[in-house]
Design a protein around this ligand. Structure first.
Ligand code: NAP
Length: 243
């Protein structure tokens, strides 16, 4: 059976991606940092479909833990066919008031964490001459957003990483893509002020927030053979917000 690792798979978008990949026939490792109960719930849902699941705690921003997440996945389930770089945080603040800590923690988790996990998984994919890597970037990485310079920089950085790695690894059959979700209804966006929410809805041609399943369907497609000639791409899933 094919194997997938989803970082940040315990909640929100990552949990939906883990469920979609299980439905596609993957055995799925669910990475998380602190939410053990949530991760166990996602694994139980995976196992209910007849696929294998495992919950693995690791802070992707810590190099050894990120590498350990990959080796623990391979020990539990086997070689990784699909890697989804979804773990992410926000620490919003206006640029002039942004602390160095808030800048660094977002870069460390959202960008450097993705680098650590990918580097650890890549060797096996290159050797086996196949694999699909999908990074969860953001519309904000394409457009910028006031109050999110750290987050936008990390998400734009992911796109540069994906496009570079797609060029390096394509010859060995490894595909590397990104998705750029707009505003998706999860814990991350639960505290948006009503005015901000109204502004976003007004600027979104489809007139609604996205769902985690909206993102999961596209990630599932990018991991599948149907996307066999797609690499280095960034697919927007934003209801038309950035068009
Ligand atoms: P969420 O509900 O806040 O979930 C975040 C997930 O990432 C959790 O599973 C969390 O695990 C994990 N995580 C956070 N820091 C981690 C770390 N250092 N190491 C390992 N895991 C870590 O977020 P979401 O809204 O589903 O977002 C998922 C991804 O989509 C993020 O990369 C986010 O930037 C991106 N995105 C979201 C939106 C949106 O509107 N929601 C839009 C565009 C892009 P614990 O719970 O265990 O801490």
């Amino acid at each position: 059976m094919p194997v997938a690792l989803v970082t940040g798979g315990s909640r929100g978008i990552g949990a939906a991606i883990a469920a979609a990949l299980a439905a596609d026939g993957y055995d799925v490792a669910v990475g998380y940092r602190g939410g053990a109960d949530a991760a166990a719930g996602v694994v139980a849902a995976i196992e209910a479909t007849g696929r294998r699941g495992v919950a693995l705690a690791a802070d992707v921003a810590v190099e050894d833990e990120a590498a350990g997440l990959v080796s623990a996945t391979e020990d539990a389930l086997g070689p990784i066919d699909a890697l989804v770089l979804n773990a992410g945080i926000t620490r919003d603040g206006l640029f002039m008031r942004m602390s160095s800590e808030d800048w660094q923690s977002v870069i460390d988790t959202n960008l450097t964490g993705a680098f650590y996990v990918t580097r650890a998984a890549l060797r096996g994919m290159l050797k086996r001459r196949g694999g699909s890597i999908v990074a969860v970037s953001s519309v904000v990485g394409l457009t910028g957003n006031p109050g999110q310079a750290n987050y936008a920089a990390a998400k734009a950085g992911l796109i540069g990483m994906v496009k570079s790695l797609a060029r390096e690894a394509g010859g060995r059959g490894v595909r590397v893509n990104a998705v750029a979700p707009g505003y998706i209804a999860t814990d991350m966006t639960a505290d948006l002020p009503d005015t901000t929410r109204d502004q976003i809805l007004g600027a979104t041609p489809l007139g609604r927030l996205g769902t985690p399943e909206d993102v999961a369907g596209v990630v599932s497609f990018l991991c599948s053979d149907a996307a066999g000639f797609i690499t280095g791409s960034v697919i927007s899933i934003d209801g038309g917000l950035a068009t």
